[in-house]
Design a protein around this ligand. Structure first.
Ligand SMILES: Cc1cc2nc3c(=O)[nH]c(=O)nc-3n(C[C@H](O)[C@H](O)[C@H](O)COP(=O)(O)OP(=O)(O)OC[C@H]3O[C@@H](n4cnc5c(N)ncnc54)[C@H](O)[C@@H]3O)c2cc1C
Length: 453
């Protein structure tokens, strides 16, 4: 029987290797640590949690709770380890991060069919293989992936835009409205900050000249894109200062375009408009649309407070940019997580554009199952879109490329039941969605004999 190569002993790769091995497949699991490191990982252990020690909410009707239930139903090894190392944290699944990774490492290293090879893989692997090398994939492998899949199909950075407390906005200057009045609320869905030509020119000047964060070593240790001076950003998610530097008019024709946004008080169209989008149901915070940025925090405060209406803005989150290597899943992948044009090569984890620890584990689990099925000549599976994992895989594969950005488990992507009572409140809806996801997964598991052992 063919051996499976798994690249990356992180969350996705460890789960994938385990799932395949439990289905009788011999696995070579390549992990480059400790010889090489990512710069974010601190230990030599497999499945290291690089930042927070929380895997998300355990409440069964929350997005991460639904995914957690699904992972338990599918016998995820990593979730079992999480439960063995759980810490008290209310409704969050928080773990002792060191114990967690240590237990995962012990289990993987002592599995009779898994061979852990502490070596960096430079080349694109031969089939059958799973690439789960994460958001900080080593530069040489990144180059190989780029060569195999096409340079247009690999992105390197994610940028986040700032959020502002609603109470700190000067409502005597800004106005509500949706472009061409096409909103879902009569007063308009956005808060609009109007700029005249002088204010706009100052903003562009400040953005271009403000001080930026230096990329950290692990973020520049990649010889693609950064040479161009501004890195290889996903075009739909360019930092505002990079866009401003391209051409003085690019913001006025881009995220600050005023068309369809007449100020009702003057009935005139401002020269440019900064739009703020509501972030929570209570409308306590608003996000600056298109203002993802890599400016220093002090510079963000200084520059953004020159925008009319935002002079006293209180920022609940500043913009930031971080390295995040991910492939163009809508073009390259099937919801089975196999490459469309090369069945036998799977991708899993953050590199496919699924965010969050649980999502990374879950995609590794599916990749492991499908790689084993491929080797056993069984049909590959795609999970129903009424399950959170199925919805995530369909979302990354079926989003239009120009709108593609990494996504986390959320209730918006899951297929809603047709007979959902429109009068049901949010809690009732999410409870029903969770129930249906669980029922559908159980039926699917049984019909496809998915469980090992
Ligand atoms: C700095 C940072 C902080 C984050 N914080 C959080 C957080 O708090 N909460 C959250 O939910 N998500 C967080 N994420 C996002 C994501 O959930 C984690 O990065 C998660 O670990 C991704 O899982 P993964 O299996 O895809 O990759 P990883 O867990 O990173 O695993 C990939 C593995 O591949 C190895 N590798 C890379 N290249 C090669 C190669 N060529 N050959 C062999 N091995 C290789 C790496 O050493 C690594 O062990 C964070 C991401 C980053 C970068």
């Amino acid at each position: 029987m063919e051996k499976l190569t798994v690249i990356g002993g992180g969350l996705a790769g460890s789960e994938a290797a385990w799932q395949a091995a439990e289905r009788g497949i011999k696995v070579d699991l390549f992990e480059m640590r400790p010889t090489n490191t990512t710069g974010a990982h601190r230990t030599n252990d497999l499945a290291e949690l690089v930042c927070s020690n929380s895997l998300g909410s355990t409440l069964p009707d929350r997005a991460s709770g639904i995914l957690l239930t699904e992972l338990q139903s599918l016998h995820s090894m990593l979730i079992q380890c999480a439960q063995e190392t759980v810490l008290p944290a209310g409704h969050s699944l928080a773990v002792d991060r060191q114990q967690f990774s240590r237990i995962v490492t012990q289990k993987i290293e002592s599995h009779p069919r898994i061979n852990v090879i502490r070596e960096e893989k430079h080349e694109f692997p031969r089939s059958p293989a799973i690439i789960a090398s994460g958001p900080l994939t080593s530069p040489s492998l990144t180059n190989s992936i780029k060569n195999e899949t096409g340079s247009d199909h690999l992105f390197f950075y994610d940028a986040i835009s700032p959020s502002i407390l609603a109470d700190s906005i000067d409502h005597s200057i800004v106005y509500r409205g949706s472009r061409y009045g096409k909103g879902t609320t009569p007063e308009g869905d956005y808060i609009n900050c109007p700029l005249n030509q002088t204010e706009y020119d100052h903003l562009v000047f400040d953005l271009v000249n403000a001080k930026r964060h230096q990329l950290r070593k692990f973020e520049v240790d990649i010889d693609i894109g950064v040479k161009a001076g501004h890195g290889s950003f996903f075009e739909g998610c360019l930092p505002i200062e990079v866009l401003a530097a391209r051409n003085p008019k690019s913001l006025a024709f881009g995220p600050l375009r005023p068309v369809g946004l007449r100020d009702p008080r003057t009935n005139k169209r401002p020269h440019a408009v900064v739009q703020l989008r509501q972030e929570d149901q209570e409308a306590t915070t608003f996000n600056m649309v298109g203002f993802q940025t890599n400016l220093l925090i002090s510079e963000q405060k200084r520059v953004f407070q020159t925008i009319p209406g935002l002079q006293k803005a209180e920022f609940t989150r500043y913009g930031q940019m971080h390295r995040n290597t991910y492939i163009a899943s809508p073009v390259l992948l099937n919801p089975s997580l196999m490459l469309k044009d090369r069945p036998g090569i799977c991708f899993a984890g953050q590199i496919i554009g699924i965010e969050g620890y649980l999502g990374n584990v879950a995609s590794g689990l599916l990749a492991g199952i499908n790689a084993a099925r491929l080797i056993h000549s069984d049909p590959l599976i795609e999970l129903p879109q009424t399950t959170m994992l199925g919805a995530l895989c369909h979302a990354i594969c079926n989003t239009a490329l120009e709108h593609f950005q990494p996504i986390k488990a959320n209730l918006g992507i899951i297929q809603q039941p047709l007979d959902l009572d429109p009068r049901a409140n949010k809690r009732q809806r999410s409870g029903l969605i969770a129930q249906i996801s669980s029922n559908h997964l159980e039926t699917f598991i049984e019909a496809n004999e998915l469980l090992y052992g």
